[in-house]
Each structure stands twice: as C-alpha cells, then as structure tokens.
Design a binder for this molecule. Structure first.
Ligand code: NAD
Length: 417
C-alpha cells in the first residue's frame, strides 16, 4: 500500500478512537477496573496521538545512498517492512499498548497479529474493529485472544511470523527469546522495571514528594516505569518519606465506577496475592510500614498504597518488580552512593532525579543505567521520544524513529554501469 494511503488510514484510526472514546473508556473499565474518566482523559487521547504520530512517519521512510569504494558502482539502501509482526501486549494499559504496537507496524507497512493479555481483550477487540472501519484491508491486522502459554507461545514460535514486539514481564520476555530461536525472528522487548526516584537535598521538595507518590501509586503501581524505589538524601529523608506516606494514606482507593476513586484495584486475585506476598515477606524480614502494608478488606482486589522503610537492599521487596502500589525508601549521602544503589538492579527502564543543581543532575543522568532519565519532571512519555530499557528491561526502543525502525529492515542495492 502506498505510504500516503497508510498515513491517511492511521490518521483515520486516530479519529475513530476519539469518536468512540466513551465506549473505549467503558470497555477499559470492564477490562481492568480502571476509572472511566481517567481512561477517557488519558488513555484514549494518548492512543489517538500515537496513531497520528506514526501517520506522519509513513511518508518519511528513507533509504540512503552509500559512498562505496568502487566508483563505477552506485549503491543505496532500501527500507522495507520486516514482514508479519506478532504483537503481544500486557493488561495494565490494554488500549494504549495495542496502539503503541499497531501504529508503528502499520506505518512501516507490516501486517500484524495482535495478542492482547487474557485478562483484558475488550479494548483491543474494539480497536481492531475500528481499524477495519477506517479502511485497513481485511487480513492486514489480525487478532488472536487466548492464554499467554498457548496463544502467545504459538505466535512467538510460529515460522510464518517475522518479528515479535512484546511488552510484559522479563520472565516471559526470556521465554519469547527461546521461542523465537526456531526461525530467528527479530525481537523487540519492553520488559519490567524497578525504577528509582532520587531526591537531592536542594530539590523543590513539595514537587518532588508529589511526583514520588504519583510515580508509584498511579494505576495502582501497575506501570512498568513506576518509581518503586525512593532514594532521599539523609538530611531530608524523614521529612520527605513521612509526607509521601501521608499522601499514600490519603489516596482514595476504590472501584473505577466510584466517582471519587483516585486509585483502582489490582488486575486479579492472583496478582493481589503476589503483591501481598512481597509486602508480607518484606515486613517479616524487618521492613517497617509507614503506610498501608496489606490488602483492603472489601470485595475486589484492592491493595493499600504502601510505603516501606528499613528494608535490606538484597530483600526481594527491594530487588523484584512488584507491579503494585508498593514503595521502598532508602537514604544516601552522596551522588556516587545513590548511583550505585540505584544501579543495583537487574532492571534499567527509567529513573527520576529531583534537584536544582545542574551539575549533580547531569552527573547522575550519565551515571544511571536506565533508558529514560527524568529531571524535575514527571511523566516523560511522548511518541517522539524513544522509550525502552537498559539491562533486563528490554531490547530496542519504542517511539520516535527508533520505534519505526523496529518494523523495518534494510536492503543494500548495488548497480553497475
Ligand atoms: P506477562 O509477561 O505475564 O504477559 C504479557 C503478555 O504476554 C500477555 O499477553 C500474555 O498472555 C503473554 N504471554 C504470557 N506467557 C507467554 C508465553 N509463554 N509466550 C508468549 N506470550 C506469553 O506480563 P503481565 O503480567 O501481563 O504484565 C506485567 C508486566 O509487563 C510487568 O512486568 C511490567 O513491567 C511489564 N510492562 C512493561 C512495559 C514496558 O514498556 N517496558 C509496559 C507495560 C508493562
């Protein structure tokens, strides 16, 4: 299909996402319990933005001419779609994750098989209907529901699939690497995280405290880049950590259909038990609870926003991705110490730094092993900014030109006289 036609189709998908925003918000609420308003105000526009962003890239795919050392030959590169892309996504932002994968794949000219998480197929199903309604020819975007170890595993191993783009746990990422070995399909992996928030003594404390709490409690901590480890300079540790704990206690936890809800439930009973297991394990091993510390006594999978101090750096609660509203806090005295502590993780997705000292900010930005560094800023995701992980947080970068490249391959062409 012509690049300009692909671009128009992607733009049309974005329009249809916005037009059907209320319905998509309702479906996402049914999917994973998220408040409809939050989905309508954040996830729906963000999904439309990703399609519009990659609509622009469809007409900006370039090869290059190459200066080679035999002057009678003309050489150039072509960028071609990688082929059939298998897109395997998680349950924490089901609509958005589908958009993150489908938009660049279609911009590049790939056909796709999308596999939503078994817990949350609804918005992906509706999105694929909208893709067809936009005019994408039948067969270009396909969707398979099913369990990860069945449908996901079959897709990852399939010889007719040329690439897998996966977002999910590091554990399953490794299984996909093994499954892909059969036909050596190309892989991009967006995996787990245990991201540090670092607050230096000269920081704007009130902004830093709000951001530290927001980073771990947004979406009940079910965010790959959640700031789940807080490092505060010794001189302000007690004050900052106490305020974050106060904020945690004040968060209104409830169902996505209760209007005052700020934080919704966890995705499933199994996940609730997993999160609780980490927290109880940490408490048993000596961590002190400043807020929360357990599940909420009501129907559903609700967990109290939790703040822990005094955990040993080697404890599971500090090292492993909990993927829930659980913050572990530690203090430090200088930049080398905090960089070493922050880097002491198998993960490297994101890191936040709060300081007014430019030199310290730049020093830490260099020292920290993470794909994204946020300095005095929350959020930080933008379709034009590459996103992805160092170390076991993944392979490749989504978004920006890097994100398009994941779905392209390079062919070198040489022409004689
Ligand atoms: P998960 O790895 O269990 O599942 C993710 C997807 O993989 C689902 O669609 C699942 O069905 C599928 N799957 C499971 N087993 C499979 C297998 N053997 N072969 C192929 N596919 C399989 O992850 P989850 O629990 O759904 O999501 C939470 C995880 O996702 C967290 O670890 C989180 O950090 C990560 N995550 C990462 C990012 C990022 O951009 N880095 C974004 C969101 C979530």
């Amino acid at each position: 299909m012509l690049p300009s036609v692909r671009g128009k189709l992607l733009w049309r998908i974005a329009d249809l996402i916005e037009k059907n925003g209320a319905q998509l918000a309702e479906l996402e609420f049914l999917n994973n319990g998220k408040a409809r308003d939050i989905v309508a105000q954040r996830d729906v526009p963000a999904a439309a933005d990703v399609f519009r962003y990659f609509a622009g890239w469809a007409t900006k795919i370039y090869g290059r001419t190459a200066a080679i050392s035999r002057p009678h030959l003309h050489a150039y590169t072509l960028k071609e779609p990688i082929g059939v892309a298998g897109l395997i996504i998680p349950w924490n932002f089901p609509l958005l994750m589908a958009a993150w994968k489908l938009a660049p794949a279609l911009a590049a000219g790939c056909s796709c098989v999308l596999k939503p998480a078994e817990e949350t197929p609804l918005t992906a199903l509706r999105l694929v209907e909208l893709v067809l309604e936009a005019g994408v020819p039948p067969g270009v975007v396909n969707l398979v529901t099913g369990y990860g170890h069945v449908a996901g595993a079959a897709l990852a191993a399939h010889d007719g699939v040329d690439k897998i783009a996966f977002t999910g746990s590091t554990e399953v990422g490794k299984l996909i690497v093994l499954a892909a070995a059969g036909n050596l399909k190309k892989l991009s992996l967006e995996l787990g995280g245990k991201s540090p928030t670092i607050i230096l003594p000269d920081a704007d404390k009130s902004a830093a405290k709000m951001a530290a709490a927001g980073s771990i409690f947004f979406n009940a901590g079910q965010v790959c880049a959640a700031g789940s480890r807080l490092f505060v300079h010794k001189s302000i540790f007690d004050e900052v950590v106490e305020s974050v704990a106060q904020r945690a206690k004040a968060i209104r936890v409830g169902s996505g259909d209760e209007p005052e809800t700020e934080m919704g439930p966890l995705i499933s009973k199994k996940h609730l038990e997993r999160v609780d297991g980490y927290v109880q394990g940490g408490i048993k091993q000596g961590a002190e609870v400043l807020a929360g510390g357990g599940r909420i006594d009501r129907d559903g999978y609700f967990f109290n926003p939790t703040v822990l101090v005094g955990a040993d750096p080697n404890m599971e609660v500090v090292q492993e991705e909990i993927f829930g509203p659980v913050l572990v806090c530690d203090s430090f005295e200088d930049l080398d110490e905090v960089a070493a502590k922050a880097n002491s993780s198998i993960y490297g997705l994101s890191a936040s730094i709060w300081t007014r000292d430019l030199k310290a900010a730049h020093t830490l930005a260099r020292k920290l092993q993470a794909g994204s560094i946020l300095i005095n800023a929350g959020g930080g995701l933008d379709p034009n900014l590459p996103f992805g992980g160092y170390k076991q947080s993944g392979w490749g970068r989504e978004f920006g030109e890097d994100g398009l490249e994941l779905y392209l391959q390079t062919k070198s062409v040489v022409i004689g006289g």
